[in-house]
Design a binder for this molecule. Sequence first.
Ligand code: NAD
Length: 428
Amino acid sequence: MGMTSSATETEPDAEPDSALVTARRQLERAATHVDVEPGVIERLKHPTRVQQVSVPLERDDGSVEVFTGYRAQHDDVRGPYKGGLRYHPEVSAEECTGLSMWMTWKCAVMDLPFGGGKGGIAVDPKALTGEETERLTRRFAEELRDVVGPTTDVPAPDMGTDAQTMAWFMDAYSMQQGETIPGVVTGKPPVIGGSYGREEAPGRSAAIAAREAVRYHDRELAETTVAVQGFGSVGANAARLLEDWGATVVAVSDINGAIYDPDGLETHAIPTHDEEPEAVLEQAAPETLSNGELLTLDVDVLLPAAVGNVITANNADDIRADIVVEGANGPTTFAADAILEEREIPVIPDILANAGGVTVSYFEWLQDINRRQWSLERVNEELEEHVLEAWHDVRAEVDDRGLTWRDAAYVVALSRIAEAKATRGLWP
Ligand code: NAD
């Protein structure tokens, strides 16, 4: 083990794949492995609808600015649309559509009774005060009121939004409907119907996926080294659990770079992005590395858990990990995926590895509908069960048909969606 001398930087491809382009390509690829009517595939290339709204905001200085918001609803054959709302300057109808397609596959591979949605506002949340964010969110909730609801479309937090944003959204919706409806969004604070364990769930599922992948390859976690890119909600929770379960986490990073200790880092002592932003490089460690160097470390498990498009055609040949587990959404480009497949490096896909988030969102929705809160222990037990069931379903496709883990996950998801469509039929 050690660092490569020819490490490449974490430069995304010049033209990174858009979420919609990737989502359609992955659908087409999965379709070649499943016996599904072409009409169903054609239908799944398109969203049911994309709602575009104008969201006027009175700034603190009294001036008025109008922002554009979106809600893409891809498919609801298996249940209400489900997916995040992001506040980011680059939010667009196309991006929301692509991300909503990913949510359809993610919910289906986890066998949750949800379809895929995604939305947001094209705005820089850092340029807003707390009061402005609240007013913007309440108005957005009002503009989306006709298309969301606990049995139709259930948003959640995403980039630039958090539990407080969901609380405002839920309150605005409930006030207009005349009753408290916690199940209209998930990712709320537990005091108003949020679920315990929601925050750490994507990291927990990524850790479970890494653990199962290690076992699948006949290895012991106690003899496993792990490098984690991104020490935020997903990366830090995954790193800490893997360390608790006996693995040696040799490197972690944030946007500024990585720390590396071949004997293992104490991940609980390193502040997460939420606890203290970008503090990784301030921790004592024998070596610091760039994010590009971290990606090419000779470790057993590489867990990219920061941003998309970091494993690209430029550095896929330099990856020396034996297993890649996608904590982030879309960290591996389509071109890089082909290179890793050729090099026989298994990639456990995002729609399986980080699906703990939407799975606990489902538990939150059940708790809201039943008006009954689950204990953290119950949440974690049921999450473990769900992730393992999905893991075994996907593994069966890998074993029986020799598919990559990504193709296998898409086949599981697409088969479920296609079967539901065939059974329900096209109306009218
Ligand atoms: P976060 O904001 O909590 O943490 C992100 C971390 O990545 C930070 O440590 C940040 O410094 C680092 N980072 C940012 N840009 C980087 C770069 N270019 N190179 C290296 N490091 C960089 O974010 P999060 O919630 O942990 O989300 C991480 C990824 O996981 C995203 O792709 C997100 O879409 C995905 N994801 C998150 C959730 C969730 O519920 N939190 C669920 C599923 C998927």
